[in-house]
Design a protein around this ligand. Sequence first.
Ligand code: GDP
Ligand code: MG
Ligand code: ZN
Ligand code: ZN
Length: 243
Amino acid sequence: MCLDCGCAERTEHHHHHDHDHDTRTIRVEEDLLAKNDRLAAGNRARFAAHRLLVLNLVSSPGSGKTSILERSLRDLSGEFGFAVLEGDQQTANDADRIAATGVPAHQINTGAGCHLDAHMVGHGVDHFDLAPLDILMIENVGNLVCPASFDLGEDHKVAVLSVTEGEDKPLKYPHMFRAADLVLINKIDLLPYLDFDLEKCRDMARHVNPDAKILELSCKSGEGMDAWYAWLRAGVDGKRKQA
Ligand SMILES: Nc1nc2c(ncn2[C@@H]2O[C@H](COP(=O)(O)OP(=O)(O)O)[C@@H](O)[C@H]2O)c(=O)[nH]1
Ligand SMILES: [Mg+2]
Ligand SMILES: [Zn+2]
Ligand SMILES: [Zn+2]
């Protein structure tokens, strides 16, 4: 519980004296999202004060979010100050993998929860000194559905999709792909063994989100990582130029 974000308010959601259960469910959901948006705005202001580039990585479980982070941190941590917030229902496995690269990492366990919210992130970043950082990476819980609705205060959602998942994920989960500014198609080293049609996948992603940038890469072979790094450099440059 904390005073800043009013964690204690949570219990008040149960006081609606309304017997229309559907209406009540919708109202609680709106309360929840409105509260999340308020806390996300607070996070965003705090990140802006440090000119921090903040990315929210979203994908199905196993698309390669942690692997992309591990390789990126090994390649770029001499160039930028990083910290990583890891979201999973259980275990500190991903935070341990990140910590092995020497970058500060903090694990958030959501228990039964299926997404990170702005409140968890606000407390999570208390574990870091934000002043020396350039980039905060937030790895969300593996789930292509509700993380689309929860603003964490990030600059960009980055959706990771791997070639073993089928080309049509952007059409099946349009909310997530619409919310993402960057789509990373990962594991392209496996393309020779699969029927995955890269061009078709790009078309489907463009169909739901014409503005998203789409990059293909393999964090195993390293192919395509340079374009992702260039995108990160441009993001940090943009932050440094802000008055
Ligand atoms: N072949 C191949 N495997 C990968 C690649 N990226 C990740 N993986 C594997 O995919 C599995 C899940 O990766 P992980 O990073 O834990 O995914 P996350 O759940 O999205 O964080 C692991 O066994 C990784 O070694 C890649 O580019 N190519
Ligand atoms: Mg992971
Ligand atoms: Zn709190
Ligand atoms: Zn959820």
